[in-house]
Write a new protein. Sequence first.
Length: 298
Amino acid sequence: MKKFDRRSFLKTSAAGAGIALLGPRFLPAATVDADLGIATGEEPEAITRAAVDAVGGIGRFVSRDDVVLLKPNIGWDRLPNQAANTNPVVVATMTKLCIEAGAKRVLVMDNSLNDARRCYTRSGIYKAATDAGAEAPFMNVRRFKLVNTGGAVLGNWPVYQDAMEVDTLINLPVAKHHSLSRLSLGMKNLYGLIGGPRHRLHQRLDEGIADLAGYFRPKLTVLDAYRILKRNGPQGGRLSDTELRKTVIAGTDPVAVDARGAELFGLTGADLGFVRVAAERGIGTYDLSKLNIKEVTV
């Protein structure tokens, strides 16, 4: 141990007194993590990193030796530029960030609606994720376990076992139109972690989406809005239905992320039933005026 003599003590005390005399306005400002980080730019990797950095950086969400589940949208047999699935570069970037933070394993998966092998391959997500160091298994029907979600609509429902066992769940949705819920954003993307007859939830869709958000509570939502699907969602198909927005939105409040994502479509959070229901349940807020929002261009 280094000896702390009287001379050192006096020098340290004098320095401390000097700082005290300068007063708080001369002290370095504390870094405040934004509630929402919004990054725009030409490169999906750069804006993904910037959006996550704005809300405190990946180290705020992933610890060394964590097992992390990244939940992109891999629901559809579509190419990346059709914007039905999450941009594969966003998935790869989040994989790299988690590994850089010391994650022991990174899992990338979704309960695809079309054939899983085709969805994983044509979306570009399987190659992007595995090249970056993740595992990207197809969901196994035997790993869905019936649990009491506590939801008003879900109730007892099959939930994928990995989603309940990992240390960290990060939601990676794509921003797109949806024929039933108007939009599919972060909270709707959590449908890919449940099994069973999901079509039955359409009768009370807004409540069901809020049930998902309340049960899974992802640590972080990173909304891919690099290319969005403006019409004919959720699976689209025509390039004319998409629009380049070159944006990524990150946040810990899934309601706020969805509310900000709605603005890309000329809507507000209040326009979406599932956002209102989730806010009423205390899951988050869609009043963006109350939030610290950091917007960056890279």
